[in-house]
Design a protein around this ligand. Structure first.
Ligand code: MF3
Ligand code: CO
Ligand code: CO
Length: 310
């Protein structure tokens, strides 16, 4: 236990009673110093050096997204998108994380309409007006992973598709806003699922966010739906994770393609959308590591369909 006159656990140098004591009384979830030490030992809390590496990986992933964005229009094939991602990444000296990951055959995931995630790019698959497509980028920069995605609307899309895409973007923003030090991981799902359901949509259970660092998926699962299986992890400054809700217009249930073993579709054929950012837990609001240059310039975390999500 920490005494009232001990230095505060947060490292401010102030006495505990003058710093986090009153807040901690309100939120019993905050780790005690012993737990904090364990978190560091387990590498859940990253060193300053590792955080700097994660920032560089996130920044490159954001640059890549902004580079690809103007190409994502009617007439381009997902195979061409994959080639652009691969060439941009490699020419900057970095590694596309998806290529060869558990046997995934391409450098990026492209998931159209009823495809939830892990769509495999193909030269014969051409984007058409009215489609929605998620492009999920992950890059390894000097050993660190940056992971982010957006769902793009191709030309004029249905009202239903537009609704789903904007609800999903807001769901990600609400999930990021739930990230505060001392809060349980489950707070993310609590911010996302009731919101999505209130908008007539459903949150995919089977695929989740994740801890991220020098490994693609590490330490813990970030649920976007409320689930008793969610681990009792407390968020603490220095942790890095992804939030990446997949949200369906119909049922939350999904099926994986039996032939390619990757493509995940909604069970009922309804539309699905997804947005993803990699974030760092700080003493205050979560820091989004995968902001693109255009998002940084506009001071937003997402810009979708003319809506600024600050
Ligand atoms: N980028 C995905 C994620 O957000 C993972 C894709 S794995 C792949 O976690 F093998 F399909 F590329
Ligand atoms: Co991803
Ligand atoms: Co991810």
């Amino acid at each position: 236990m920490i005494g009232r006159n001990d230095p505060c656990w947060c490292g401010s140098g102030k006495k505990y009673k003058k710093c986090h004591l009153s807040e901690d009384r309100k939120s019993p979830q905050r780790p005690e110093p012993q737990q904090k030490k364990q978190l560091k030992e387990k590498k859940l809390i990253k060193s300053a050096r590792d955080i700097e590496g994660m920032e560089r990986a996130g920044a490159f992933n954001g640059e890549l997204l902004d580079y690809i964005r103007p190409f994502i229009t009617a007439g381009i094939s997902t195979g061409e998108i994959d080639t652009l991602v691969h060439e941009y990444t490699v020419s900057h000296g970095h590694t596309p994380a998806c290529l060869g990951y558990r046997g995934f055959p391409k450098s990026v995931c492209t998931s159209i309409n009823n495809v939830v995630c892990h769509g495999i790019p193909s030269p014969g698959e051409v984007l058409r007006e009215g489609d929605i497509v998620n492009v999920d980028f992950t890059t390894i920069v000097d050993g660190y992973f940056g992971d982010s995605s957006e769902t793009f609307m191709i030309g004029a899309v249905s009202e239903e598709a537009r609704h789903l895409v904007t609800v999903t973007a807001e769901a990600l923003i609400r999930g990021i806003d739930a990230v505060r030090p001392g809060v349980p991981l489950a707070a993310i799902a609590e911010a996302i699922e009731p919101f999505a359901v209130s908008k007539g949509c459903a949150v995919v259970h089977q695929y989740t966010g994740h801890g991220i660092g020098k490994k693609f998926h590490e330490h813990f699962t970030v649920y976007h739906h409320i689930d008793p299986e969610c681990e009792p992890v407390i968020l603490f400054p220095g942790m890095t994770l992804t939030i990446e809700p997949m949200i369906n217009r119909g049922t939350w249930e999904v099926v994986t393609d039996q032939v390619d073993g990757w493509t995940v579709r909604t069970r009922d054929g309804s539309l699905s959308a997804q947005f993803e950012h990699t974030v760092l837990v700080t003493e205050g609001a979560a820091k989004v590591l995968t902001l693109t240059p255009s998002q940084k310039a506009a001071g937003v975390r997402l810009f979708v369909d003319g809506i600024h999500f600050r």
